[in-house]
Design a protein around this ligand. Structure first.
Ligand code: PMP
Length: 443
């Protein structure tokens, strides 16, 4: 009788403390948290202000059910997020996956209320991750995770831009954003009358390690959605609230989505809470129609979770951590770029702010990806872990290959000296992993 763990037979150290960017186990071993857990702990671990906020709310009211009471922290969080990010209404659930499902249901309800009930389909892209529940995974182009699930209800069809390895085999300066134009072709093929929304990660996270689209792509998607009257949903579970150096990754192109999905950045790892923000167009129609948004879970709008998120927001604002994610993130990016410059095994640094991905290849002449059965990303992660560094593996099957990469995404307030040690340890881990993988490749 035991806890089910991700990898059978693997011995996980039992962590007993996590403070700032350092996690410690019972034996006193320390790790730099170079991936904020699963790209969540944006303000570092164990921040006293968040602990106090949670404690306070636990004492006042540890649970209030959404259909019976409003809670002060949830109301305040909704208002703060809407004012800051320019939206009209918020709703909170527990995980990123649930928030994605919530966004899809809201988009479908919007079209029913608008008198266009046939608009139900949601378009998504072939390299993406939107969550592990049935609908969210159905919309995800993350083949390693899809493989383990039955009864998925759809498959992403749109190309995800990747200028280093263009899925449409275009030349960067001549392509005229063929990847965005493919969205319009798919809409025309299916008929806009059948489509509720387009779901995108503005910067791709787990499945492609910080893949940034070409300039103008997000703007073009907005234009296409407007032209065909389709809602644009931005999945900012991983990028939202500062990770890429702006409050939202959509801000890099100054584009507003109709629905924004928040998760990891909202809770910073402290307490499960995720949410959606809806535009005035959506919330205004529901309000005018006196249509309630009937979806929810037992723990929706949870007061303690909302108190935790309010406290996280306080720290992000008071300590200017989003600005810091931009400046220290640029520093970290420079260090990582210098690292891979003389390392044939690691190439194509991508990302922004405090979200970086290092693509792993066999060498920098062929740029051949590693065979997926060698688990190149996991090999780097294992060596890094042994050296006292946590980084996050990503293998999203880029253009039918393993697409191995590692994600480096530390807390925004990680001290510069710790970032330097992080890069040193990662350098060693990459060298050790490269040797191990080349040995295995030779058989
Ligand atoms: N969307 C994105 C963009 C994500 O990165 C993730 C988690 N990696 C999810 C949704 C799902 O979030 P959760 O694991 O909290 O369900």
């Amino acid at each position: 009788m035991t806890l089910m763990m991700p990898r059978l037979g693997h011995v996980y150290p039992t962590a007993v403390s996590a403070i700032g960017s350092v996690v410690q186990d019972a034996a006193g071993r320390e790790w730099i948290d170079g991936s904020s857990g699963a790209i969540a702990c944006s303000i570092g671990h164990g921040h006293p202000h968040v602990l106090e906020g949670i404690h306070d709310q636990l004492q006042k009211a540890s649970f209030l059910y959404r259909t019976q009471f409003a809670s002060e922290p949830a109301l305040r969080l909704a208002e703060r997020l809407c004012v800051k990010l320019g939206y009209d209404a918020a709703f909170f659930v527990n995980s990123g996956s649930e928030a994605v499902e919530t966004a899809v249901r809201l988009a479908q309800q919007f079209w029913r209320e608008a008198g266009k009930p046939s608009k139900t389909q949601v378009l998504s892209r072939t390299i993406s991750y939107h969550g592990s529940t049935a609908a969210a995974l159905s919309l995800s182009g993350h083949w390693p995770r899809r493989r383990t699930a039955a009864a998925l209800t759809g498959t992403p069809t749109l190309p995800t831009p990747n200028c280093q390895r263009c899925p449409l085999r275009q030349k960067r300066d001549e392509c005229q954003l063929a990847c965005a134009n493919a969205v319009e072709q798919e809409i025309e093929r299916r008929g806009a009358d059948n489509i509720a929304a387009l779901l995108v990660e503005p910067i791709v996270g787990a499945s492609a390690a910080g893949l940034v689209p070409p300039e103008g792509y997000i703007k073009r998607l907005r234009e296409i959605c407007d032209r065909h009257d389709i809602l644009l949903i931005a999945d900012e579970v991983l990028t939202g609230l500062g990770r890429t150096g702006r409050w939202l990754a959509m801000d890099h192109e100054g584009v507003k989505a109709d629905i924004v999905i928040l998760g990891k950045g909202l809770n910073a790892g402290y307490f499960p809470i995720s949410g959606i923000l809806a535009s005035e167009r959506i919330n205004g129609l529901l309000t005018r129609n006196q249509a309630s948004f009937a979806l929810g879970h037992t723990h929706s709008n949870h007061p303690v979770a909302a108190a935790a998120a309010n406290a996280v927001l306080d720290i992000l604002e008071q300590d200017s951590l989003v600005e810091r994610a931009a400046t220290m993130g640029a520093y970290l990016g420079d260090r990582l770029r210098a690292m891979i410059d003389d390392m044939p095994f690691a190439t194509h640094l991508r990302g922004k702010g405090m979200l970086w991905g290092v693509e792993l290849v066999q060498d920098d002449i062929s740029y051949s990806p590693w065979p997926s059965e060698l688990n190149a990303a996991d090999t780097v992660v294992r060596h890094a872990f042994d050296l006292g560094l946590i980084v996050y593996p990503s293998s999203g099957f880029i253009n039918g290959t393993s697409g191995d990469a590692v994600i480096v995404a530390p807390p925004f307030n990680t001290p510069q000296a710790v970032l330097d040690t992080l890069v040193d340890r990662l350098t060693t881990a990459l060298e050790l992993a490269s040797r191990e993988l080349h040995r295995k490749l030779k058989g």
